[in-house]
Ligand binder design. Structure first.
Ligand code: PGA
Length: 249
C-alpha cells in the first residue's frame, strides 16, 4: 500500500518564534487520519523545529538543497548538512525554484542524484503552466518533466521518490485543479511510471496534489483514487487549517 502524505511547504515565512508557535499549535490538534505529516520550514528554523518535533509523528523536509557535496558555494546548504540535523526529506523542483531561480532539468537531475546519494527522500514537484493546459499539452509537458529528471534512476531509487503534481496556475492563486483534473493527471503519471518501471514501482508511488488546497476542498481532492496526499503552501501556515487538511483523509 502506498503512503498517504500531507506536507506543508512554509516557503519564506516565519522566524524562530512563529515557527515554535505554529509547531505548538500543530501538536495540540488531534490527528485522526493515518496520513504522514511533514512540514518544511525555512532552513534557519529546521533545527529548532527538529527539536520541537521530537516524540511527535510529524517529520521535517527542507525546501531545497545544493547539488554539490560541499565547497565554495556561498549561501548554499548541502544534503549532508540537512542530514546532520535530522532532516531526511527534501522538496525539489518546486515551480518557484524553476521559475524564479532558473532551476532547469539538468540542475534538478544533479540535485536528485545528490539527495539520493545521501539517502534522502525527495518530494519532487512538477506541473504545467496555464498556457500548456490551454494548448492541450499538459500531459506531454508533465511527462517530460518527470522523464527528463527521474527516468535515469533504477527501480530501487524510486522507493525514495514522492511525486507532487502542482499545476503552476493553481499555486497561491486560490484556483484549484478540479478533483477530476487532479485525478486525470495523477493517473496519467502513474501509468507513465508503470510503463517505464512496472506495476510495483507505480503502485507504491505516492503522488501528492498541490495548488490552493484548503480545508474546504481537501476532502474532495483526497477522495480521488490516485491522489495520495497534498503539498500545502498558504494553508500550512495556520495550525487549524493544516490539521483540518491532514484530517480530511
Ligand atoms: P499553495 O502552494 O497551497 O499556497 O497554492 C502550494 C505549493 O506551492 O506547494
Amino acid at each position: 500500500m502506498r503512503k498517504k502524505i500531507v506536507a506543508g511547504n512554509w516557503k519564506m515565512n516565519f522566524g524562530l518564534d512563529e515557527t515554535q508557535d505554529l509547531i505548538s499549535g500543530l501538536k495540540k490538534i488531534n490527528k485522526t487520519s493515518d496520513a504522514e505529516v511533514v512540514i518544511a520550514p525555512p532552513f534557519t528554523n529546521l533545527f529548532s523545529a527538529f527539536e520541537a518535533l521530537k516524540n511527535t509523528n510529524i517529520s521535517l523536509a527542507a525546501q531545497n538543497m545544493h547539488e554539490s557535496e560541499k565547497g565554495a558555494f556561498t549561501g548554499e546548504i548541502s544534503a549532508g548538512m540537512l542530514k546532520s540535523i535530522g532532516v531526511n526529506t527534501v522538496i525539489l523542483g518546486h515551480s518557484e525554484r524553476r521559475a524564479i531561480f532558473g532551476e532547469d532539468e539538468n540542475l534538478l537531475t544533479e540535485k536528485v542524484n545528490m539527495a539520493l546519494k545521501n539517502d534522502m527522500r525527495i518530494i519532487y514537484c512538477f506541473g504545467e503552466e496555464l498556457k500548456d493546459r490551454n494548448y492541450g499539452e499538459h500531459h506531454e509537458v508533465v511527462g517530460k518533466q518527470i522523464a527528463n529528471t527521474l527516468y535515469h534512476l533504477d527501480a530501487e531509487a524510486w522507493k525514495h521518490i514522492v511525486l507532487a503534481y502542482e499545476p503552476v496556475w493553481a499555486i497561491g492563486t486560490g484556483e484549484t485543479a478540479t478533483p477530476d483534473q487532479a485525478q486525470d493527471m495523477h493517473s496519467f503519471v502513474r501509468k507513465e511510471v508503470k510503463h517505464e518501471y512496472g506495476a510495483e514501482v507505480a503502485d507504491n508511488l505516492s503522488i501528492l496534489y498541490g495548488g490552493s488546497v484548503k480545508p474546504a476542498n481537501a476532502n474532495e481532492i483526497f477522495s480521488k483514487e490516485d491522489v495520495d496526499g497534498g503539498l500545502i503552501g498558504g494553508a500550512s501556515l495556520k495550525a487549524e487549517d493544516f490539521m483540518a487538511i491532514v484530517n480530511a483523509f
